[in-house]
Design a protein around this ligand. Structure first.
Ligand code: SAM
Length: 398
């Protein structure tokens, strides 16, 4: 029987083959153009980890080459034999090309480039794309794709889910502008959070809630809910928690969140549980728990712990980010208590067998809400952990 790590690997491999829809790319790119119409002007845009013949990234950037004012568009694909989830579907574009090579088609990556009007149509567009096989399989870490990265100004893609961290590092190490898709939880990764804190990376503007639909290979096994097949027989699944990650400027992140005072929140908040409990101090951090981003009190000067959905509304002129629980990212907000002599108990009272040290560095609150596991010590002191929290403080208005 497959063990859990095999299942996990299989799931990650399948999740690597999610294809982004044209409208999602268009909406995001247009938001940057609204802020600065020259965002892409005279730039070399690289689209790695793509399948240029049918990727919407390549289609969108090629079709809009002139409108965006691009200097050069490069996209690369990954050889099917190197993919964890193999689904060989050569396009007519490839098989009918004089460059088609039966020995290379499965084991080599491809590069597509657009720089000039090759067909004399008077404009540069998707019909002017030129292609050839790469020397290697198109792995973004290969020397030839690294060389393309070094020539690029902006890297845009939906990278493989299982390689989000190394992919981001690959872009950041080369000091490139980026626009990439990932899971919203990536903000708290050890490698990502410092970039967010230092205002070197942020969420893109067009997705801030709900889920997004991605195309998947025809042979993709559909087990989850939230999928459909369109009238051309293409399969799509809905994915939750998707966000764009970028260091391109956009206007939305400079719009301050509209907030009520603490007093007004405690009278008028739509979150009745907050009205009942009030803003509670953590047991192990000198900060208050704010369980909803829209309940951040506008007049609180101290440190607040907020959920990661805060990043959807984060305006760097309004708040300073001080750290995050759990990921060793809270040097500025030290934890004041450890729980090594506590043990974990299920809501029904049975011990789980885990020590309380597993909740060290979570944001913990005194008491038991009766809904989730709690931790208790021999004096009968009980605490529970909140979900992942980000520590923030209001910026002083100058
Ligand atoms: C999430 S899909 C996105 C494809 C495309 N960018 C899009 O959104 O339509 C990621 C692609 O990266 C490929 N990939 C996986 N590992 C790779 C690697 N090491 N180097 C380059 N591409 C890789 C996957 O096979 C998959 O085709």
């Amino acid at each position: 029987m497959a063990n859990n790590s095999n299942l996990g690997a299989a799931k990650a491999a399948k999740n690597d083959e999610f294809y982004t829809q044209y409208a999602d790319i268009q909406k995001e790119v247009n938001a940057y153009l609204e802020y600065n119409p020259d965002t892409f002007r005279d730039k070399t845009v690289l689209l790695p980890c793509d399948d240029p013949e049918w990727s919407n990234f390549t289609r969108f950037f090629a079709q809009n080459f002139e409108r965006l004012g691009l200097k050069r568009l490069i996209s690369t694909s990954y050889a099917v034999e190197s993919k964890k989830y193999k689904d060989y579907q050569p396009t007519l574009f490839e098989t009918e090309s004089p460059l088609f090579d039966l020995d290379k088609t499965r084991i080599k990556g491809k590069i597509f480039e657009l720089t000039r009007d090759t067909n004399g149509s008077g404009r540069i567009d998707i019909d002017d794309l030129e292609w050839h096989y790469l020397e290697g399989d198109g792995d973004f870490r290969s020397p030839e794709v690294c060389a393309l990265r070094d020539q690029a100004d902006i890297i845009v893609t939906n990278p493989p889910f299982s390689l989000f961290r190394p992919f981001l590092a690959w872009c950041v190490d080369a000091k490139k502008s980026i626009l990439i898709i990932g899971n919203m939880n990536a903000v708290t990764y050890r490698e990502v959070f410092p970039l967010i804190m230092e205002n070197k990376l942020w969420y893109g503007p067009s997705i801030s809630s709900g889920d997004r639909e991605f195309m998947v290979p025809d042979s993709y096994p559909i087990e989850a809910s939230g999928w459909r097949i369109d009238d051309k027989g293409k399969k799509y699944i809905r994915v939750k928690g998707v966000r764009w990650f970028t260091n391109l400027e956009h206007g939305r992140r400079h719009e301050p969140l509209k907030l009520m005072t603490m007093k007004d929140n405690l009278r008028f908040s739509k979150h009745k549980d907050l009205i009942n409990t009030g803003y509670r101090e953590y047991d192990n951090y000198q900060a208050i728990d704010v369980p909803y981003s829209d309940a951040i009190p506008s007049d609180y000067e101290g440190i607040m712990g907020v959920p990661i959905t805060f990043f959807d509304k984060y305006c760097p002129e309004q708040f300073t980010i001080l750290g995050a629980t759990q990921r060793g990212c809270h040097d500025a907000v030290q934890d004041t208590r450890k729980y090594d002599d506590y043990w974990e108990v299920k809501p029904d009272g049975t011990p789980t067998g885990s020590s309380g040290n597993k909740t060290n560095e979570n944001a913990n609150l005194l008491g038991n809400d009766g809904k989730k596991n709690y931790f208790i010590n021999k004096e009968g002191r009980i605490i529970q952990s909140a979900y992942q929290r980000i520590f923030i403080r209001k910026k002083q208005q100058s």
